[in-house]
Design a protein around this ligand. Structure first.
Ligand code: HEC
Length: 142
């Protein structure tokens, strides 16, 4: 019984696989989504949201930052099924927390998430970006 269940699960996984069609590479997702969207949150004080529309835009930024983490977990992008997934999830969690704060229009809560957002980037870069750790020691930059 159990073996049949597993077999069915495996078939379902195979049947689903072709529906994913990665279009951008990991570094393109970084440049198009993770980088600008995290900046919108990290530097929110430079141009704080005032109108309803501004707050909605900030909510979308946070939501897309979180979703960019999900995109990294897709087959074809995930470098492995363990640490990479954990690291990407840090960005999903940080984005989801920022979305909650933006929905509540809680500026302080967004600012308080700065560390969590930066940590989500740095953790994966230290784990997977070649020579990132060395460069970081030299420049001490993000
Ligand atoms: C799950 C892993 C992961 C997470 C999370 C992650 N990155 Fe990356 N990032 C990478 C990898 C890997 C590269 C190097 C490109 C490659 O190897 O394809 C990279 C490269 C970059 C680059 C350079 C792209 C280029 O081609 O010049 C930027 C900018 C960047 N990341 C920004 C960010 C920011 C900002 C965050 C957090 C909000 C973040 N990344 C979160 C894995 C990650």
């Amino acid at each position: 019984m159990r073996a049949i269940g597993l077999l069915l699960l495996a078939c379902a996984a195979i049947a689903q696989a072709p529906s994913y069609q990665p279009v951008g590479s990991v570094d393109q997702i970084m440049l198009a989504m993770s980088y600008p969207l995290s900046d919108a949150l990290l530097y929110v004080e430079r141009d704080p949201p005032k109108t309803d529309k501004d707050w909605t835009t900030l909510q979308y930024d946070a939501m897309m930052l979180a979703e960019s983490g999900n995109l990294l977990m897709m087959p074809g992008r995930a470098r492995d099924q363990e640490r990479w997934i954990q690291d990407a999830k840090l960005m999903v969690d940080a984005g989801a927390a920022a979305l909650k704060a933006a929905r509540a229009r809680d500026m302080q809560a967004i600012l308080d998430l700065n560390d969590q957002i930066v940590t989500s980037c740095v953790t994966c870069h230290e784990d997977y970006r070649p020579s990132y750790r060395r460069r970081r020691q030299q420049q001490n930059a993000k």
